[in-house]
Design a protein around this ligand. Structure first.
Ligand code: CTP
Ligand code: ZN
Length: 160
């Protein structure tokens, strides 16, 4: 049928079931699925219904991760932070089994108040309340106050 060219997602290769209502975060860089879950605050202890595919075949990239969250639609803030670790992700909103919205994530120029600086000497980690601010680089983020650059461990900076 018309979907046969979507080899990676063809029904005979579907790794994780379709969902009824919720969000499919597709085309996540291989290896980043667990960080996606961390950003969304999902660790399974609250009964969330979540399916994860890791390093599954993809047409667009050699391999991709995919995360399907039943019963939840993501906020723009969540999507902004996701873009830092999954810059090529597609966010699909699913209602009654149909994809009703599909959008690529967009990388914001700055993120405020969502990441905490790993530098213990940074003004944002002291006693005075200073809201964190990071500029988004091609391959990481940079604290606007102390210039610390973080590339690989962005998910670990997320304020919870
Ligand atoms: N999906 C799902 N449950 C549904 C509908 C779709 O899990 N009820 C998943 C599909 O398996 C796919 C993603 O959501 O991984 C996007 O669905 P769709 O737009 O139908 O697939 P493609 O056209 O292959 O998407 P793209 O062009 O973005 O790769
Ligand atoms: Zn800092």
């Amino acid at each position: 049928d018309e979907h046969d060219h979507h080899d990676g997602d063809a029904d005979h290769e579907l790794r994780v079931s379709k969902i009824r209502d919720g969000t499919v975060i597709d085309h996540v860089r291989g290896g980043q699925a667990l960080n996606v879950l961390a950003i969304l605050g999902i660790d399974g202890t609250n009964g969330e219904e979540v399916s994860v595919g890791m390093n599954v075949p993809s047409n667009r990239f050699a391999r991709k991760d995919i995360v399907k969250v039943e019963g939840r639609e993501l906020s723009q803030d969540e999507v902004d932070v996701l873009s830092l670790i999954a810059p090529d992700a597609t966010i699909n909103i699913v209602r009654n089994y149909d994809v009703v919205e599909k959008h690529r994530v967009e990388r914001p120029g700055v993120v405020e108040g969502v990441l905490s600086c790993p530098n213990a000497g940074c003004i944002t980690t002291g006693d005075e309340p200073v809201i964190s601010r990071f500029s988004v680089l091609e391959d990481g983020v940079r604290c606007s106050y102390c210039e610390t650059i973080v590339r690989d461990e962005i998910a670990s900076l997320i304020d919870t």
